[in-house]
Design a protein around this ligand. Structure first.
Ligand code: HEC
Length: 225
């Protein structure tokens, strides 16, 4: 008889603990519990990029059943990618944007020799010799001053063809900082050279290839006199 009571108590205890464990598991599923050492919110970097629903609705292709709709939507999203939300005036904690670097001054002090070294970064895709071949990217002999997307025999992306103008010092300076930002949809999958001095040196070297490059822009201090 004593054994029976003992067994019953043991079974009850076992049953109760199984139930407790089960409830714990179940409530874990129900509520997203924050464990110690974990953040209760997602840090900014983990958030998906902000999507401007208003402009998507506004710009969403109206004739959605037409042929080519898919590529239009994809092109649109590619265009939107990486774009920062429009800043609300006065919201940026009083931080004035840094003045753009004076390209004239940067180029004047830039070292074309150092630029020649930097060009190694481009050589997996570009040839820089006179009459040289197109590779993954077009031949870049004489590119400074050359109309955009104009090198014979190279199949430019439609994004690059739409970029118009010519490769002035200013355009190259902006493009090489972040190709995909300057020309959204470009085939040039190169992240960009962030350092302005590096870019200036590289462009100064590019200007020595061929005779088509316009004269270097004047530093602002001199131009203002
Ligand atoms: C991963 C390959 C790759 C690398 C690396 C690369 N490019 Fe390009 N580049 C391309 C491609 C592809 C195009 C054509 C882009 C298009 O049609 O959208 C291009 C286009 C260009 C153009 C426009 C040329 C024209 O005729 O309009 C310039 C200028 C240029 N690249 C400069 C550079 C420089 C300078 C570097 C090194 C800092 C570099 N690229 C690195 C692939 C590359």
């Amino acid at each position: 008889m004593h054994r029976m009571v003992g067994m019953t108590v043991a079974l009850c205890v076992a049953g109760a603990s199984v139930t407790a464990l089960g409830l714990g598991w179940f409530s874990d599923k129900l509520y997203n519990r924050v464990r110690p050492g974990e953040l209760a919110y997602k840090p900014m970097e983990d958030m998906p990029p902000r999507v401007d629903m208003a402009s998507i609705q506004r710009d969403w292709p109206a004739g959605f059943s037409e042929a080519g709709e898919g590529s239009r939507v994809i092109a649109y999203h590619r265009d939107m990618r990486g774009k920062a939300p429009v800043a609300v005036a006065g919201s940026a904690a009083g931080a004035a944007p840094a003045p753009p670097p004076d390209l004239g001054a940067l180029l004047a002090s830039a070292d074309a020799g150092a630029g020649k070294q930097k060009v190694q970064l481009c050589m997996s895709c570009h040839d820089f010799s006179q009459g040289g071949p197109n590779r993954i990217g077009p031949n870049l002999w004489g590119v400074v001053g050359r109309p955009v997307a104009s090198h014979a025999g190279f199949a430019y992306s439609s994004a690059m063809q739409a970029h118009r103008g010519s490769w002035s010092y200013e355009n190259l300076f902006a493009f090489l900082a972040a190709p995909a930002r300057e020309v959204p949809g470009t085939k040039m999958t190169f992240a960009g050279l962030r350092n302005p001095a590096d870019r200036a040196a590289l462009i100064k070297y590019l200007a020595t290839l061929g005779t088509g490059a316009p004269p270097l822009p004047q530093p602002k201090a001199i131009a203002a006199r």
